[in-house]
Design a protein around this ligand. Structure first.
Ligand code: BG6
Length: 480
């Protein structure tokens, strides 16, 4: 782990990600006592900003801190403006880092570099950093953010460019879903409970569904989103990570390499995604006309076929999962914001019961973390009927409000600080995930793909979904 005296440099410090996620997360850690008050934090970016303006900008998103905590944090923070492609700014940055290190007489300095940068300058900064800011004497850690390429080829190119600069040990690839509380709970839930551990396979599980819904559209980010689409934005990374944790075999321990070895293994067992078994959608104006369509965004080409909604079927070929349908679906501009997993168990034999429903386990990742299991139980009293009811672990009612559940970025920056790679993406893991998704993305972006089905902003998404889920062995409660 890093000690109490380390330098944290955030590149892209004037950008959106740094403002909304990185600095608020650093502050959150500081507020909770997980970041020593001796660390030094430097923001670096091209924009010329007065230090005061920079501090105002980042602290606008700080949560739950007292004025004293905010000013204590800001007193550790400074800003340096400079170019990404020439040495000059890096020299000033280095001078500032070295001043701090010699003041504290650090002979084995620890430097954490957070690259909150767009892909266009990513490799430039990485190589400048290696040339001018790297230290052989101490420890260096680099946090990098998605997109990790655009497809298999560009991802491999990016990894190839980074490989000579930093070791895999030094690199921390963030997929912020891995920092979410409920996602971190998945392996404990599965392998720490024999009830789940013993039934977690094709003999007991009928279908698996992962769904991601957002109640807002691209809202001005359309120009960026248009070349990305929903599949690349959240499915190839965030949802696939969740699915991997749900389906992988038991690792020998929580050791990061043991966990990631199993993740890679299961990813290799996925069947290529079937291009004829998809729902693709794009949102139109809301029914009352108050919310814009995707194409209303001025930065989006008028004939764009960009997919803002997708549902796809996945299959895993191994002993555990052969034949179990898995549906992954994600959409923007829907009726609610929610991310959850639904696992339906096989029905019990009818015999005793005229009608009996399936067990269903729901793992709600956000909002309001919860795990609930639908079980059949006798209706209390003189009735002999059965009804489906919930065994319910809703975090907000079960755990004290004083319990600090770190935000995803807080959890991940802390892990990096501690040198724990478990919740970061390894290079081979990234490679298999692109292998799985690249053919699908090429199909969606080719002339062969169908026109996306239109759905109104604020609706449940394309109409075809219900039938699609039924086809993949999901049974709705109203069907019995
Ligand atoms: C990001 C995507 O990676 O994840 C966004 O680029 C998306 O489009 C976001 O909104 C979702 O993250 P969260 O934590 O809000 O569910």
């Amino acid at each position: 782990a890093f000690g109490s005296k380390a330098t944290i440099v955030v590149f892209g410090a004037s950008g959106d990600l740094a403002k909304k996620k990185t600095f608020p997360a650093l502050f959150g850690l500081f507020r909770e006592g997980h970041l020593s008050s001796d660390v030094k934090i430097i923001g670096y970016a091209r924009s010329h900003l007065e230090e005061e303006d920079f501090k105002k900008r980042i602290s606008a998103n700080f949560k739950n801190g007292t004025t004293e905590q905010v000013s204590a944090f800001l007193s550790k923070t400074s800003y340096i403006a400079g170019p990404y492609d020439t040495d000059e700014g890096y020299h000033r940055l280095l001078a500032s880092i070295e001043e701090y290190e010699s003041e504290h007489k650090l002979t084995a300095p620890e430097r954490l570099f957070y690259l909150a940068l767009p892909p266009s300058v990513f490799t430039t900064v990485a190589s400048q950093l290696k040339k001018l800011l790297y230290t052989e004497k101490g420890k260096v850690r680099i946090i990098v953010e998605k997109p990790f390429g655009h497809d298999l080829e560009s991802s491999r190119k990016l990894q190839k460019d980074l490989a000579p600069l930093f070791t895999e040990e030094e690199l921390y690839r963030i997929d912020h879903y891995l920092g979410k509380e409920m996602v971190k709970n998945l392996l404990v839930l599965r392998f720490g409970n024999e009830f789940f551990n013993g039934t977690w396979n094709k003999n007991h599980i009928k279908s698996i569904q992962i769904s991601f819904k957002e109640a807002f559209g691209t809202e001005g980010r359309g120009g960026y989103f248009d070349s990305i689409g929903i599949v690349r934005d959240v499915m190839q990374n965030h949802l696939l990570q969740v699915l991997t944790l749900l389906t992988m075999d038991r690792p020998v321990s929580f050791d990061p390499e043991a966990v990631r070895d199993e993740k890679v293994k299961i990813l290799k067992a996925f069947e290529p995604i079937d291009h004829d078994d998809l729902i693709l959608g794009q949102y139109t104006k809301s029914e009352d006309g108050s919310k814009p369509s995707y194409l209303d965004d001025d930065t989006v080409p008028k004939n764009s076929k960009c997919v803002t909604y997708a549902a796809l079927g996945l299959q895993i070929h191994n002993e555990r999962w052969e034949g179990v349908p898995i549906v992954m679906r994600a959409g923007k501009a829907l009726d609610e914001s929610k991310v959850e997993v639904r696992i339906q168990f096989k029905p019990v034999a009818k015999g005793m019961f005229k009608e009996i429903q399936r067990n269903e386990l729901v793992i709600r990742i956000q909002p309001n973390e919860a795990i609930y299991l639908k079980i059949n139980s006798k209706v209390p009293g003189i009735s002999t009927e059965t009804s489906l009811t919930d065994l319910d672990l809703t975090y907000s009612t079960r755990y004290s409000k004083d319990f600090w559940i770190p935000e995803a970025y807080e959890a991940l920056i802390r892990d990096c600080y501690l040198g724990n790679h478990s919740n970061f993406v390894r290079d081979d893991e990234l490679d298999v995930s692109w292998k799985l998704f690249t053919p699908l993305l090429e199909f969606i972006e080719s002339d062969k793909s169908p026109q996306p089905e239109l759905y109104p902003y604020g609706s449940k998404g394309p109409k075809a979904l219900r039938q699609y889920l039924q086809k993949h062995d999901y049974v709705f409660a109203d069907e019995g």
